[in-house]
Write a protein that binds this ligand. Sequence first.
Ligand SMILES: Cc1cc2nc3c(=O)[nH]c(=O)nc-3n(C[C@H](O)[C@H](O)[C@H](O)COP(=O)(O)OP(=O)(O)OC[C@H]3O[C@@H](n4cnc5c(N)ncnc54)[C@H](O)[C@@H]3O)c2cc1C
Length: 520
Amino acid sequence: MTAPASTGHLGHTGPLPAHVDVLVVGAGFAGLCAAIKLAEDGRDFLVVDKGADVGGTWRDNTYPGAACDVPSQLYSFSFAPNPAWTRSFSQQPEIHAYLRSVAERSGVLDRFVFSSTVDHAEWDETAQRWAVRTSAGDLTATALISGAGGLSEPKLPDIEGIDGFAGEIFHSARWNHDADLAGKRIAVIGTGASAIQIVPELQQVAGHLDVYQRTAPWVLPRHDRSYPAVERAALRHVPGLQKAYRTAIYWGRETYVPAFTVVPDMAYPAKLLAQGNIRKGIDDPELRRKVTPDFKIGCKRILISNGYYPALAADNTELVTDGIARVTPTGIVTKDGTERPIDVLVVATGFHTTDQPIAHHIVGREGRTLAEVWAETGMSAYKGTTIAGFPNLFQIVGPNTGLGHSSMVFVIESQVAYIRDALATMERNGYAAVEPRPAAQARWNDALHRRMSRSVWSTGGCASWYLDEHGRNTTLWPRSTFNLRAVLRRFDARHYKITGPAPAVGGPGTTPTQREAVTA
Ligand SMILES: Cc1cc2nc3c(=O)[nH]c(=O)nc-3n(C[C@H](O)[C@H](O)[C@H](O)COP(=O)(O)OP(=O)(O)OC[C@H]3O[C@@H](n4cnc5c(N)ncnc54)[C@H](O)[C@@H]3O)c2cc1C
């Protein structure tokens, strides 16, 4: 289990400029995609990321076994195909290397400010721009693009005594590669997407492994395979072959959409497959019972693994389903009073999803943070990208843009296309600011949540990280991805409040004229 290699490339050096046209937060798939497309459009921009490298998710999640669960042919940029993928579901080092290589080849890295946080961004109504405070200095920006990630900030469990644990403790997304795990008593809290990748790896090195499960996930077989050299050569040299793979995977995955969103019972064959996966991996009837979910398949994220059930069935593993009462300095006590001693505690409890941390740092036109606004309304946006009261703010992977079945890169590229068109529209027409009309945003969300009410995420009988504390699904997109792409194809200015023209950059702020384009 080696630590990731160091970056070896430079970002932006020197002091920040006083103003940029576009400031991008985050250097993951989203921020990098935005940067490459903004550079293509000849825009003046900077990207700020708190990490020391590009990659986001794929820079931070270095845990053993980390890999994508959407085939790499689709889980990659359409404009940067990679014929060198070594297997169908790539592992973290390969995905991270891909993102680095795309960043280097696109020549945008000198616009990336690494190891710096965006601490505060406040809309200045007079100057019609964002006043931004970063740990690398202050600057203003005409437009702010947040690519701060939907699964970026680790969520730690609120368990009595956890802070007093005396052994090694770390979150799956902040793996401690210096921790010696060989032969140790290890506990993993959580049985979500990260945990089921970690558990088979830890089972092989641990002396003893306890896996603490609150809810059993549905786990399908993982149809992963390495590409033989001849297939890789074909992908590189046969015109159109890689595109054909990508297209086939894309449409194959879109066929799952009705089962998630309209008729959950259509997923019955998937349930049979998952039950077969349990029978194949586990002989013990009691353990089979414990790992069999009691909710409809698809309600929580469907996971894929061939190694998870055999790892749970191994002699050195115990699946613990009694709730955790507290953590002591040397172990975990369950509600039945049993204490299991451990040396290492791995917390695989996911991320802040419905309470995005970046929302606390963005202050809109009325002086309220996005987090304060969302605390009242729930996380919501117009087309998952723009938000009433927050002019010239564009969020990539914003509310209700997540997917349970396909590649987030497809969503990211769709949103970036919309943002580019918005910026071009603003420039062409001399608009200083655009923000969605509240009525348009409300209509968008009403329709979305009407549609959501039939989905398996709402009706499948589970609690999941897709839902906020009111049980509202504010994370997932409830239709096909081609539908999302279609609605994001063009910037629809008629649903926006338009302010213009822009005061001259660097000049004294003039009071903007409010030009209401069309009453929504
Ligand atoms: C383990 C794991 C596996 C996944 N597998 C898949 C998969 O197979 N298929 C799929 O479609 N999706 C998958 N996802 C979802 C994945 O997060 C998205 O596909 C995609 O990587 C999101 O990219 P992003 O750029 O939006 O966010 P991120 O990759 O999370 O990047 C956000 C960046 O913003 C930075 N940032 C945040 N706040 C600030 C701030 N205030 N100041 C400065 N920088 C900031 C962070 O440091 C980070 O680099 C997976 C997620 C995880 C965690």
